[in-house]
Design a binder for this molecule. Structure first.
Ligand SMILES: [Zn+2]
Ligand SMILES: [Zn+2]
Length: 101
């Protein structure tokens, strides 16, 4: 039996809450393990945190400078600059701009 892992998450060495999204952190503030030296998370274990995946920003806030995208969750990234690329509309945006609520 093969265990399916995901490149988007990693496990630290904590007993609880050991799954970290790579978009959020590459170092656990509790056990101080770093993503590079730890395994990717199992797909079966990340279903609870998966909802936090960012989406393409959809709305222009009133008077804001938000990016206008399409709301798609079909993204690539983050790249080395921490930017996502929407595969549907081609928009580049940072995690801070993502619609992940
Ligand atoms: Zn930890
Ligand atoms: Zn988009």
């Amino acid at each position: 039996m093969t265990i399916e892992t995901t490149p988007d998450y990693w496990d630290c060495e904590c007993e609880h809450n050991y799954i970290h999204a790579k978009v959020d952190t590459l170092e656990c503030p509790v056990c101080l393990s770093i993503e590079e030296e730890q395994p990717d998370s199992r797909v079966s274990e990340i279903s609870t945190v998966r909802k936090r995946q960012p989406r393409c920003p959809e709305d222009n806030g009133p008077g804001g400078l938000f990016l206008a995208g399409c709301g798609s969750s079909d993204l690539s990234g983050p790249d080395f600059e921490g930017l996502y690329d929407c595969k549907d509309c081609g928009l580049f945006f940072s995690k801070a701009d993502a619609a992940n609520k």
